[in-house]
Design a protein around this ligand. Structure first.
Ligand SMILES: [Zn+2]
Length: 380
């Protein structure tokens, strides 16, 4: 009996020692703007098929159905996001499938981008000061700034965003963290960066404040290749803008491209000895979208407006506070798609990333407190 007890004790202690042995040396945080959990976990919604107002290219519509529609839910979502369902669902964790009781939510009052990104990066929902998408320097300190001010991490933190407000959200100058966003040329060197910088001035963009994600991803890859990074943030934006335009097929294609770009990034990370087996990927979104009618998916956000009769009202897109999260890396147990369990919140992302890197995150707000790390993502 005593022998059996000591064997069990040895196994338990060995496991504890192993689980304290954190392997993550780099965290790559990626956001996909306004990507709904409904599409991540259910694949394309055929309620949008044959609704011509939601389709950009009528003559290609048959191809679109063929590419993304499958009768089986598991095959359908894998057709949309093959990396999420082929790799993350096998080796990592996926939170937010409300059909299975797993919930993700944001904590800020506004349900649009700046407050969402600020909540992700600073760990707090500062509803009194972060109230719009305007280009206002964030008074709160992000995890990028906090890490970059540690001597061992200085110069190993960088951000890339498709939306031109990111230099303000990160407060680039105060933080000392380079933020390449909007239509800025990237200062990095090399043939690929030169090519992308030139191409960025040559191809038309559908929007004037958001560039195409291929540039954002391309520049981010160059930063990872240049030197071993501690924390890299990549903010993709196409999904939200195509959705606001009401183009469901383009929103879906953007989501698929995001999945492909992340898959390629992950394959590259695993091919580079500086990162392979030492890098954790965290992926989430800044907000959800409406869900209670065929048109509601286009938009999100709580903001006051004046109705036709002159009275004041606040917009309400039911479900736009619902988000999802994904994690993949050497310290993250392979739990796959979560059912039930704890609700994960946007204000926990900064603390989770910090803990993966061996730190306890400290927010900069006098009264509000950052969310706690999501312990299941770290395996303890
Ligand atoms: Zn939006």
């Amino acid at each position: 009996m005593r022998v059996i007890v000591s064997i069990i004790l040895c196994i338990v202690l060995a496991h504890q020692a192993w689980s304290d042995d954190r392997k993550t040396e780099t965290v790559i945080l990626i956001t996909i703007d306004g990507m709904r959990w409904q599409e991540v976990f259910r694949g394309v919604d055929n309620a949008f098929f044959d609704q011509q107002e939601f389709i950009a290219y009528k003559k290609h519509h048959g191809d679109f159905k063929q590419q993304y529609w499958r009768d089986s839910l598991n095959e359908r979502r894998a057709a949309l996001m093959p990396f999420f369902w082929g790799t993350i669902a096998q080796d990592g964790q996926l939170y937010g499938n409300r059909d299975k009781g797993s919930k993700g939510e944001l904590g800020n009052r506004y349900h649009f981008s700046y407050p969402g990104y600020s909540e992700i990066l600073t760990g707090i929902a500062d509803d009194d000061r972060i109230t719009s998408n305007d280009k206002i320097l964030n008074p709160n300190r992000t995890i990028l700034e906090w890490l970059n001010h540690m001597p061992e991490n200085n110069g190993k933190v960088e951000a890339f965003g498709s939306w031109d407000v990111f230099p303000y959200i990160v407060n680039e100058k105060r933080a000392g963290v380079p933020v390449n966003a909007g239509f800025e040329a990237y200062s990095g060197s090399g043939a690929e960066v030169a090519f992308l910088n030139k191409l960025q001035t040559e191809v038309p963009s559908p929007w004037d404040t958001v560039r195409l994600d291929a540039f954002t991803m391309g520049f981010a890859r160059a930063a990872l290749a240049r030197e071993k990074m501690k924390f890299l943030y990549i903010a993709l934006g196409e999904t939200d803008d195509f959705a606001h335009e009401g183009l469901y097929d383009q929103y879906i294609r953007a989501a698929h491209r995001s999945d492909t770009a992340i898959a390629e990034l992950w394959a590259w990370v695993q091919s580079d000895p500086r990162y392979a087996g030492k890098t954790t990927l965290l992926i989430t979104t800044d907000h959800g979208r409406g869900s209670d009618s065929l048109a509601a998916w286009k938009h999100h956000g709580r903001f006051p407006y004046t109705k036709e009769d002159g009275t004041q009202a606040v917009s309400d897109f039911k479900g736009d506070d619902q988000i999802w999260m994904a994690a993949l890396g050497p310290d993250t147990p392979a739990l796959g798609e979560l059912s039930g369990g704890e609700t994960v919140k946007l204000n926990q992302v900064a603390a989770t990333a910090a803990k993966l890197l061996g730190y306890r995150f400290e927010d900069s707000h006098e009264k509000l407190e950052a969310g706690e790390p999501i312990s299941a993502m770290i395996g303890k």
